[in-house]
Design a protein around this ligand. Structure first.
Ligand code: SF4
Ligand code: FE
Length: 491
């Protein structure tokens, strides 16, 4: 099958029987639900751009399994060039959507599972790598979206999976059968889960022998029997339910998505199992997936940052302050921060190396430094955006006021007349254009898109402390001590 278009992708979702719940009720037509659809539009962009000749080099790759042209989101990285192109593709998509476009979690899972299963098989003589290659070929051939699911609910963080009061707080093998396994548990904060055709489940932490049943990785269709999703709320999300909502949404077309994915005893046939008890490889899988996703943030968040910087510059222009040196300097600072993140994304890719399986992996230390910076810089970027834009982005009346023809003035002026009169900007932009840019900044700094640009920058791909642990492990302080000793003349 050829690569799908965005429209074909959206149609393909209608064929799934994915169970989705929101506000305590089942959503039958979730594809057209106003709170969900913007996130679907985002994923559709990953399909449409792959058909645009000007982006072909970034958006597509050649499958190392079949030699066919595939969407880069289904690619196993074959070189450092592939790793760099991945980051550039993510920056492009961030620029086009100003949101989380979700498909990267699957791509990062493919690359982590591909290389890890090779090493599990080498040690234990299992056939997980072959299972995975067959699964990946099916995904590539059908151009499907896969949710890479890692984060378990975790309960009491001080206790291992097997030591929790409730045995289900980490996804586990509940039953082993001749033809497969039955799994139970849940994955939290699952980016794009509703919009994915399939899921790949991975363990969330390194494990010991007592956690054998929790060391499990597998693939399953998103509408597997016993599986369902409870949709995550976002700030200001019900604005999307308002009739005719447009300007007040800030970003009408695109958005991100997270959900709680529940496995209420789901049967997984043997052919879709990639790890089932090899606890000594759980840490490797986690480290690799996290590393790839920490690299990803050096692309996607930079692309969104480009739009934030652009909106801030527009707000300054509409306010008539774009020539003020203080404003110019703030835009320089925002650009410096944003490009520093990009440097990290490109650097960890350029310093990548082959794994035992032959696929390429990023430099783990640099990828963790990349994500550590992402836990900070977007916060500073939105602080500067709010500084330059002014308080209007959170105090402005609603779209319906600006459009209201209710007469309230002594001379027959409407509510809309007063709003348009008093919120006029530099005289060169319309009041509506000024509203649009303010609402966009509100959305990305505080509204539904703040999930993707702010809090996800903090906790997505692992919270800051997780990167610091990796930086400590990879930082080679002992080697640095030796350097100092040699220069200082210490024996
Ligand atoms: Fe992709 Fe970024 Fe969303 Fe992760 S947070 S899925 S890297 S867009
Ligand atoms: Fe994320």
């Amino acid at each position: 099958m050829a690569m799908m278009t965005g429209a074909e992708y959206i149609e393909s979702l209608r064929k799934l029987n994915t169970r989705v719940y929101m506000f305590g009720e089942k959503i039958e037509n979730w594809v057209d639900h106003p709170m969900i659809r913007p996130s679907i539009n985002c994923v559709a962009m990953t399909y449409d751009l792959a058909h645009d000749p000007q982006y072909e080099d970034l958006m597509t790759a050649t499958s190392h399994l079949t030699g066919k042209k595939i969407n880069r989101f289904a690619n196993i990285h074959q070189s450092t060039d592939d790793l760099r192109k991945k980051v550039k593709m993510q920056r492009l998509l961030g620029q086009k959507t100003a949101s989380c476009f979700q498909r990267c979690v699957g791509m990062d899972a493919f690359n982590a599972v591909y290389s890890t299963t090779y090493e599990i098989d080498k040690k234990y003589g299992t056939t997980y790598h072959d299972n995975f290659k067959k699964f990946l070929e099916f995904i590539q051939e059908n151009d499907l979206v896969v949710d890479g699911a890692m984060t378990d609910p975790k309960g009491d963080r001080s206790r291992a999976p097997h030591a929790q009061d409730d045995a289900d707080l980490f996804v586990r093998i509940k039953e082993r059968r001749e033809d497969g396994i039955v799994v139970r548990g849940a994955k939290c904060h699952q980016t794009g889960s509703v919009n994915s055709h399939w899921h790949i489940i991975m363990p969330t932490i390194a494990m010991g022998p007592d956690d054998k049943d929790y060391a499990v990785s597998f693939a399953c269709p998103s509408d597997a029997e016993g599986m369902f999703m409870i949709y995550g709320r976002q700030s200001c999300d019900t604005r999307k339910l308002e009739e005719g909502a447009d300007i007040d949404l800030g970003n009408k077309q695109f958005g991100g998505q997270e959900a709680l994915v529940v496995f209420d005893d789901v049967f997984i046939p043997n052919e879709y199992i990639f790890m089932a008890g090899e606890y000594d490889f759980a840490g490797m899988l986690v480290e690799r997936f996290a590393g790839f996703h920490r690299q990803s943030y050096g692309g996607c968040k930079v692309g969104v940052g480009d739009v934030v910087i652009g909106a801030t510059a527009l707000a300054a222009e509409y306010n008539g302050v774009e020539k003020a040196s203080a404003v110019k300097d703030k835009l320089i600072e925002m650009t410096h921060l944003n490009e520093t993140l990009y440097c990290c994304g490109i650097a960890c890719s350029s310093e990548g190396h082959p794994t035992e399986s032959g696929s390429y992996i990023i430099d783990l230390l640099l990828a963790n430094v990349c994500k550590q910076n992402v836990t900070r810089f977007p916060y500073e970027i939105v602080r500067l955006a709010e500084d330059v834009a002014g308080g209007l982005m959170v105090t402005m009346p609603g779209e319906k006021d600006f459009k209201s023809d209710t007469v309230v003035g002594r001379n027959g002026e409407t509510i809309g007349d007063f709003c348009n009169k008093f919120f006029v900007g530099n005289g060169k932009c319309s009041t509506e254009e000024r509203m649009r840019v303010m609402r966009f900044l509100e959305n990305i700094c505080l509204g539904s898109s703040a999930v993707g640009y702010r809090t996800e920058s903090m906790h997505g791909a692992g919270s800051p402390q997780a990167q610091r642990i990796m930086i400590a492990r990879q930082g080679n302080i002992q080697g640095k001590k030796e350097l100092a000793k040699a220069i200082a003349g210490i024996k």
